[in-house]
Design a protein. Structure first.
Ligand code: AHG
Length: 283
């Protein structure tokens, strides 16, 4: 596992360099969700694929930018599922973006996630790694190395509220819940990049991030294997919770296909409890 984390640190610098120096145009292709791919998406994907090709413990890769599973070895133990450059459409307006990694042992489902990591490419490069033991650990790039900054703890209750999806397409239940939070004094923080948005909520102590089921996206937008499940481990280990619209822990999701999505809610305990009440899924 140490080699996997070292590889993530190395690719973070390469991708950061690509973001800062490369062409921002579109490639000729689209990903398996039918979204146009930026040249940077393709390049970030290749950087990660090339780096993991030399890691003996990695059996296979599953990328948001590739259709199927890329088998690397028959002897490796882990499958790394990753979104190489989440929020890449924000690069042209110079907002923060990120890479997300889920490391699975066995079948590709939530309960088999053994560790997760994400990198935030912002004014600084930051990396967070979570395993099933202890709190997530925050690292910051200093020169060409990552230095440990400290563990991440979420408070019981936060102040920030971030909900994705087109508001016109929210359910009346979701709209009423989000309005209620704002009426209680929560502040809006939403950049449109899940990595910086979820990072901000964790580091500022808490709050709620939602990507609900909407009328145009009944299964939400965010992908289970590369986005939802890896962040669920982060939030649970930090002292928060992560559930779907039916109250199921996101760490119990079983994707039928590598690109399946799920409605998702990540937050401190108090906001997730309020969500359960608002959605009528009280435990
Ligand atoms: P993309 O990589 O296509 O820019 O999508 C970003 C993702 C995720 O990072 C973010 O939370 C969500 O899409 C935002 O979607 P909405 O604009 O629908 O809220």
């Amino acid at each position: 596992m140490r080699k996997i984390f070292e590889t993530i640190k190395a690719v973070a610098f390469e991708i950061d360099n690509a973001i800062k120096t490369e062409d921002l145009g579109y490639s000729d292709g689209e990903n398996s969700s039918g979204e146009e791919q930026l040249k940077l998406d393709v390049q970030s994907d290749l950087i990660i694929e090339k780096a993991f090709a030399n890691v003996a413990s990695v059996k296979a890769l599953v990328s948001e930018e590739k259709e199927g599973v890329l088998e690397l070895s028959t002897t490796g133990k882990y499958t790394v599922c990753y979104d190489p450059l989440d929020g890449s459409s924000l690069v042209d307006v110079n907002l923060s973006v990120g890479s997300i990694f889920g490391i699975y042992e066995g079948e590709l489902e939530g309960k088999n996630l053994v560790a997760s990591a994400y990198v935030v490419y912002g004014p600084r490069i930051e990396l967070v790694i979570a395993t099933k033991e202890g709190k997530p650990m925050l690292y910051r790039a200093v020169g060409s190395e990552f230095k440990a900054v400290g563990e991440i703890f979420m408070n019981e209750k936060g102040k920030l509220n971030a909900s994705g999806g087109t508001q016109q397409n929210w359910s009346s239940t979701h709209k009423a819940f989000i309005d209620k939070l704002f009426n209680e004094g929560y502040r809006l923080r939403y950049s449109g990049g899940m990595v910086p948005d979820l990072h901000q909520i964790m580091l500022k102590g808490g709050g709620l991030f939602s990507y609900p089921a909407t009328s145009d996206k009944p299964n939400g937008k965010l992908r289970q294997l590369f986005e939802v499940i890896p962040f669920a481990l982060m939030y649970e280990q930090a002292g928060g919770e992560a559930i779907n619209h039916q109250g199921m822990r996101l760490l119990e999701l079983v994707p039928a296909h590598p690109h399946d999505t799920s409605p998702c809610f990540f937050g401190s305990k108090s906001e997730i409890e309020a969500l359960r009440v608002a959605y009528g899924i009280a435990q």
